[in-house]
Design a protein around this ligand. Structure first.
Ligand SMILES: NC(=O)c1ccc[n+]([C@@H]2O[C@H](COP(=O)([O-])OP(=O)(O)OC[C@H]3O[C@@H](n4cnc5c(N)ncnc54)[C@H](O)[C@@H]3O)[C@@H](O)[C@H]2O)c1
Length: 400
């Protein structure tokens, strides 16, 4: 049982995602003590404060409070830069939801600021710390696919201004179609953090596409702006190739113009593995290896399109780590342990910054017709140890 003193934390931004963060920072992790919350919209902060029995504060009160060591920035992406900068300038450690900022230059500036001030600055998404992704990494590191050669990822999701309240008020402000919120920055971040967790830094990227359909129309007859033009000011479809420093080659397609689809697979000299949507902390891992043993009893459900006949060479892999449920805030808890144990946080800003540069590089490459050479590198985050403890027992895997 850890005797570590909990880290007093507060949250700025009380929108959709704040509920699960507060639930977990309050109840799931012992290392965090959630003190208060704020939002530009006072009623939102008041509602969450009442729900979770914490203080409703203003941003300024949080930043001035000497007891608060760590501030979690859950504002929308366009506010990430200004709010994270205020947090760091106030001398507080900062964890920010994805992505760090809406452009690479701002992210680099904040990384420099954190470095200069000696503060911890961590960036979501933190699903790479989940049980499914930690297990995938262990299987790959342990040689289950042989030498890693390639990866292939696609994520698409049709975002259209179809709702009748679309973009009319803060609740319906649809950030995926505004600067910094496009799918490359939104869901793309999950894929990139997980790719970096599996294979490390990227050396070069190429990209095609961008904002392929900037002028759209409100399509819903009940929307007050029906048939009026709607300008999209963010990249929506981007494809590219990534060359990792370790020699792995990857292809990646991200689109908010195509209908819903996702896949993520890795290929090695001896086998390949299909993974799951990186928006989740866990999911099925399947090994595809010629001659892999199939247990017919347990293989029910893995069908090959001809009923439930077991598929040779296709084996479901058990998950080896805890935190398989919705553990949003796990990187905040990990950062709190990093602070107490004087170690590097797993979601260190160099990972967020590197992910930002990959998107930036794909966009630059699309504009210039040139391959983009990455200027940043990042350490692969330290893996969590195996073990399928449940509840707060899992916390021992980040108290290191
Ligand atoms: N919604 C999701 O399912 C989801 C999932 C994972 C991550 N995220 C990420 O979490 C972050 C927040 O997303 P959300 O869906 O909760 O957004 P949201 O729009 O529902 O909430 C953001 C809140 O931040 C507040 N805010 C904005 N600027 C502020 C400022 N300067 N000071 C104080 N408050 C401010 C807004 O008033 C709003 O209440 C984003 O970075 C997003 O990418 C969202």
């Amino acid at each position: 049982m850890s005797q570590t003193k909990p880290v007093k934390a507060a949250i700025i931004g009380c929108g959709t995602i704040s509920h699960i963060y507060m639930t977990n920072l309050k109840n799931k992790f012992r290392i965090t003590e959630l003190i208060g919350c704020s939002d530009l919209i006072q009623e939102r902060a008041a509602k969450r404060a009442a729900e979770f029995g914490i203080k409703k504060m203003t941003n300024e009160e949080i930043l001035r409070d000497p007891e608060i060591e760590l501030v979690v920035n859950l504002t929308f992406p366009q506010a990430h830069y200004a709010v994270s900068k205020q947090i760091l300038e106030a001398g507080k450690h900062c964890c920010v939801e994805k992505m760090m900022t809406v452009n690479f230059a701002e992210a680099r500036e904040l990384a420099e600021l954190a470095k200069k001030r000696g503060l911890l600055y961590c960036a979501a998404p933190d699903t790479f710390l989940g049980g499914g992704w930690q297990s995938a990494r262990k299987y790959i590191d342990d040689g289950f696919i042989g030498k890693p050669i390639g990866l292939n990822a696609v994520v698409s999701c049709s975002y259209q201004p179809a709702g009748d309240k679309f973009d009319l008020d803060p609740d319906h402000f649809f950030f995926p179609l505004h600067p910094g919120g496009g799918l490359p920055f939104d869901l793309g971040g999950y894929y990139l953090h997980n790719m970096i967790n599996l294979f490390g830094s990227v050396k070069r990227v190429s990209g095609f596409g961008g904002n392929i359909d900037p002028d759209r129309f409100f399509l819903n007859p009940s929307h007050p702006k029906y048939r009026e033009p709607f300008h999209v000011d963010t990249p929506t479809t981007l494809s590219g190739a990534l060359e990792f420093v370790n020699g792995v080659h990857g292809t990646f397609l991200i689109s908010s113009d195509a209908s819903v689809y996702d896949c993520f697979s890795v290929q090695g000299t001896e086998a390949s593995m299909t993974l799951f949507h990186p928006n989740w902390f866990s999911g099925p891992l399947t090994l595809h290896r010629p001659g892999a043993v199939v247990d017919e009893e347990k293989n029910i459900g893995l069908n090959n399109g001809e009923g439930y006949r077991p598929v040779p060479d296709k084996v479901p892999l058990p998950l080896l780590h805890g935190y398989c449920d919705n553990s949003r805030g796990l990187a905040v808890a990990d950062t709190a342990y990093a602070l107490r144990n004087n170690r590097r946080p797993r979601a260190h800003f160099d990972m967020g910054l590197h992910a930002m540069e990959i998107i930036h590089g794909m966009l630059e490459s699309a504009k210039t017709n040139q391959v983009y050479q990455m200027t940043t590198t990042c350490e692969r985050p330290k893996p969590r140890r195996t073990g399928v403890e449940t509840g707060s027992g899992q916390e021992i895997t980040i108290d290191d």
